[in-house]
Write a protein that binds this ligand. Structure first.
Ligand SMILES: Nc1ncnc2c1ncn2[C@@H]1O[C@H](COP(=O)(O)OP(=O)(O)OP(=O)(O)O)[C@@H](O)[C@H]1O
Ligand SMILES: [Mg+2]
Length: 442
């Protein structure tokens, strides 16, 4: 409900060079329980308006010095006085004067000689309108602020939704793949050692045959030549060794997938951050290594390898959502790789051999503040200040449509700041590189 403005004492500024008029008007105003302020010329009227803030001004047109119109123009041009309603008093029955007054910002006019009831009625009306206008403006401002806040909250919620959806679908998928690879890898690995044993046995047997039965048959000799038995005997153990290596890699990968995707969404657990960083690096391995000599011939597709340097301090386990933190590491490291690739793409024509591409990951602990800090630094192209200023905004991306959604860092920010009470900051210098510094409470 809007309170009736007329119940509190109003301040009305009367501006007239005729003392008699001032007297009559002020009596009428006092009769309503309001207060009358008085001025006898335009200049002092403006001055009083500025410091006394009257609720309304009754302004005479014809005055010595600046006239009522000019006074009104100056009041309307001044931000401190422009909202005070002005009513002109004119002795002239001339319609053009009335129109002129309204055009320069007056809300109404009254003609002399006054009819007291009419003056009071008009004053009441305009005081009410003025009050309603102010209330309305205030309401609009309040509503706008509320709406802006709601939009911000909605954006946050939307991010959260996208993030949890990404986490649950991607996380489940990754964990599922990790699990599915694990079983077959397990039995291949188990069989491999038996195969090695059997092959060695068979080779021993062949050697024994060769030794004990030196008078060989012609067919056997031919077959030995045909299959190149000597070569097979040499090569088979090597093949087996490299298969074993491949299987070890698969095992590692399956473990990384499962470590990475630990989607312990419902509660925080103690987690060794280095494990997460390592599993993330493992998953990004294919993007970190160069694409080899063959590809170098195809100038536009050349990609040199990215060196990863880890400088780990001894860290205590952190209470966190591991899957989410790993997603942050993934976003930041993938961005650095994207930035190197973009740089390669731009410079491929000139075949610039830049300095070695390096991503350095440093961790440290502050036992005093009980925080750990993870710094992920690249010596890539860096960002312009206007890009850097917007990187944490949802949907801000410099990548082509279909390549980047611009959500990576917005989600990372939310995970670090909102979910873990941490901080994430970025330093970047164009041409020199970028660092992301994450601080998390232990
Ligand atoms: N290491 C970096 N070097 C240079 N620019 C970067 C780096 N990291 C982020 N940026 C800039 O920040 C922008 C926003 O990154 P963000 O991860 O939020 O979105 P994106 O990578 O464009 O898209 P998405 O991660 O959803 O695929 C990028 O488009 C890029 O311009
Ligand atoms: Mg990204």
């Amino acid at each position: 409900m809007i309170a009736d403005p007329l119940t509190k004492p109003m301040h009305i500024l009367l501006v007239d060079d005729n003392p008699n008029n001032l007297k009559v008007l002020s009596e009428a105003i006092l009769g309503c329980g309001w207060k009358a302020l008085m001025a006898t010329d335009g200049e002092s009227a403006i001055e009083q308006t500025e410091y006394a803030h009257p609720d309304l001004i009754l302004l005479d047109v014809m005055m010595p010095g600046i006239d009522g119109f000019e006074t009104c123009r100056r009041l309307k041009a001044n931000p401190h006085t422009q909202n005070t309603p002005v009513i002109f008093m004119t002795a002239l029955a001339d319609a053009t004067d009335k129109v002129k007054g309204l055009e320069i910002g007056a809300v109404d006019y009254i003609t002399k000689p006054f009819q007291q009831e009419e003056v009071i009625a008009r004053l009441k009306l305009h005081l009410k309108i003025s009050h309603l206008t102010r209330t309305l403006e205030q309401r609009v401002q309040e509503r706008t602020a509320q709406l802006t806040q709601s939009v911000r909250e909605l954006q946050q919620t939307q991010l959260q939704l996208i993030q949890s959806e990404k986490m649950s679908t991607l996380g489940q998928l990754v964990a599922g793949i990790g699990h599915e690879i694990n079983n077959p890898v397990g039995f291949i690995s188990g069989n491999c050692s038996h195969i090695e044993q059997y092959v060695n046995d068979l080779l021993r047997l062949i050697h024994l045959y060769q030794e004990k039965l030196p008078h060989r048959d012609q067919d056997i000799d031919e077959l030995v030549d045909e299959i190149d038995l000597d070569y097979i005997t040499q090569d088979l153990p090597k093949l087996l060794a490299s298969m074993a290596q491949g299987i070890d890699r698969l095992k590692e990968m399956s473990l990384s997938l499962r470590t990475f995707a630990r989607s312990d969404i419902s509660s925080k657990i103690e987690y060794q951050i280095h494990e997460g960083i390592n599993s993330t690096l493992m998953l990004l391995k294919h993007r970190l290594k160069g694409n080899g000599v063959d590809a170098k011939r195809l100038v536009d597709r050349h990609r040199s390898k990215i060196e990863v340097v880890t400088q780990y301090s001894e860290l205590p386990p952190i209470t966190c959502y591991p899957g989410q933190l790993n997603q942050v590491f993934m976003n930041i490291i993938a961005n650095a790789i994207d930035a190197f690739e973009e740089c390669d793409r731009k410079h491929s024509a000139q075949q610039v051999v830049a300095q070695a591409k390096t991503i350095t990951i440093t961790t440290s602990v502050d036992t005093h503040k009980e925080t750990v800090t993870i710094c992920i630094q690249d010596n890539g192209p860096g960002m312009l200040p206007e890009v850097k200023a917007r990187i944490f905004e949802p949907s801000f991306t410099t990548k082509p449509v279909g390549k980047g959604t611009g959500l990576g860092l917005a989600i990372s920010h939310q995970i670090i700041v909102n979910k873990h009470n941490g901080q994430i900051n970025c330093l970047s210098i164009p041409g020199q590189g970028t660092s992301f510094i994450i601080t998390l409470p232990i």
